[in-house]
Design a protein around this ligand. Structure first.
Ligand code: HEM
Length: 460
């Protein structure tokens, strides 16, 4: 495939020449954690030492070492207390898969894995395509050249898809309020609270938790009602919709036969929403932005979308170009920009000693732009992910979905959804960025654009 003459290099924050002091780091973390990385973070395989904020910290950029943390010695690296404190904000007692640890995680993962098999995920494809098409139809009713806020549109379409696949739109009349509450909640927990960084006692109220409380209360109440209604429907022997909620209520641990408690069903529904919604919508918005800046790849992607087969369940395997474009977008803008763990015992990663209790940072953002791992790391080059080239990428150098036993359970769901939404758009519409609106990446709970992504829509 012919390479692009002048590939696009999007804006990226300039790394610091040397580490910032304690106060400035705290300020940068609150403003945009991406701005706190130094040149060395993009150039060295490992950085370890006491940090001014997080105690002994190891930043792991060497794929071999990443593999040891996520796979070979995974038992030694649990989710860290800071992450758990942030993500458990407002928990109602149940434990979702994301925040579960130890045996409780193993049990939940065994129970939920059958919900995400390729076959089950493919069954959602026609609905994903229908909902994407409905949105594109709405766009095409606007005058040619009209401006859309594409980030909002992607939030909308991924929300439509998630609510249809999770609970068959059972939120009924509360739908708009539910979506708003979800957005407020994600916004509130998306900023790192200094009290969490300093490990302040949990009874000290966090600003983020106060902001999240109201939306979360509404959110929990609505979810609880839906779960109770569905339980009653199943108990009555009625025909229950074939969605993830019914699957969660019927799921049981293949080893013990034990199902989930009502609290755990609620917690996992909320987990799927929090983990699955914003991640996918951001990745889609960044992809549409990059395509609008790369006519070369847009043309190729359009041609592939035009040749799509009848069955959207096959698109994931049929569309290597759109898939490569999407994967390259997640390389430059990984929605989950930082993964963290805590060392339970001392360990050794290559030459680096890891003391017990060390705070481990594996940052897809750093890894994906690391000078030792990628050629032209800041340039948009989807050819890296075309089938033959992709095989040469180290599994632990590219981690948009994490890796090892805690790899994203929704990976296939998200990939299928993304390819379907992109192909549906590309077949009929062309989007171009409004001049002067170049977005910059901002790390909140996901990696998002710092401003609305305003784009002109033209029918093809
Ligand atoms: C582009 C979209 C997505 C991205 C980039 C993404 C990314 C990730 C990453 C990086 C992790 C691992 C975190 C870690 O190791 O610390 C993860 C875990 C997880 N994701 Fe996703 N995700 C996406 C979509 C989804 C979807 C659609 C769902 C559910 C419907 C989902 C549910 C989860 C859950 C439940 C976990 C926790 C798994 C466990 O700890 O066993 N994600 N995701």
């Amino acid at each position: 495939m012919l390479a692009e003459a002048r590939p696009f290099i999007p804006y990226a924050p300039k790394p610091l020449a040397k580490p910032a002091g304690r106060l400035k780091t705290l300020w940068l973390l609150a403003r945009n954690p991406l701005e706190s990385w130094t040149q060395a973070h993009f150039e060295q395989p490992m950085l370890a030492g006491p940090s001014s904020l997080f105690g002994y910290t190891v930043v792991v950029n060497d794929p071999q070492a990443v593999r040891r943390v996520l796979v070979d010695n995974v038992a030694n690296y649990e989710r860290d207390p800071l992450q758990l404190r942030i993500l458990r904000t407002g928990s109602t007692g149940g434990e979702g898969l994301f925040t579960a640890t130890g045996e409780s995680w193993r049990r939940t993962r065994r129970t939920l894995s059958p919900l995400f098999t390729p076959k089950r995920v493919a069954a959602f494809a026609p609905m994903m395509q229908r909902l994407a098409q409905a949105r594109v139809d709405r766009w095409l009713r606007r005058r040619p050249g009209a401006i859309l806020e594409i980030d909002r549109e992607m939030t909308g379409v991924t929300y439509d898809i998630l609510s249809a696949t999770l609970f068959s739109d059972a939120i009924a009349g509360d739908s708009a309020g539910f979506e708003r509450a979800m957005m407020q909640f994600l916004d509130a927990i998306g900023t790192i609270d200094p009290l969490d960084v300093f490990n302040a006692p949990s009874w000290l109220p966090r600003v983020s938790a106060i902001r999240a409380r109201e939306s979360l209360a509404f959110f929990n109440k609505t979810t609880e009602r839906m779960v109770k209604e569905r339980q009653a429907q199943i108990a009555d022997g009625g025909e229950a919709p074939d969605d993830l909620l019914t699957a969660l209520l019927r799921a049981s641990d293949p080893e013990t036969g034990v199902g989930l408690s009502t609290e755990d069903v609620i917690a996992n529904l909320l987990t799927f929403i929090v983990a699955g919604h914003e991640t996918t919508s951001r990745a889609l918005a960044w992809t549409l932005y990059l395509l609008s800046r790369s006519p070369h790849w847009r043309t190729k992607a359009e041609a592939e979308a035009d040749a799509a087969s009848e069955n959207p369940g096959d698109w994931l395997d049929e569309m290597p170009v759109i898939r490569a474009v999407f994967e390259e977008s997640m390389r430059l803008y990984p929605p989950a920009a930082t993964l963290t763990r805590q060392a339970q015992e001392a360990d050794r990663l290559g030459d680096v000693e890891v003391p017990k209790g060390a705070f481990m940072i594996i940052s897809p953002y750093l890894l994906h732009r690391h000078r030792l791992l990628w050629e032209r790391p800041d340039t948009f080059l989807p050819e890296r992910f075309l089938p033959e080239a992709r095989e040469k990428i180290d599994r632990f150098a590219y981690l948009p979905f994490g890796g090892g036993q805690r790899v994203c359970i929704g990976m296939r769901f998200a990939m299928m959804e993304a390819i379907i939404v992109l192909a549906t758009i590309l077949r009929q519409a062309r989007l171009s960025l409004v001049e002067g609106q170049e977005p910059r990446p901002l790390q909140r709970i996901t990696l998002r654009p710092d401003k609305r992504l305003a784009m002109h829509i033209h029918p093809r």
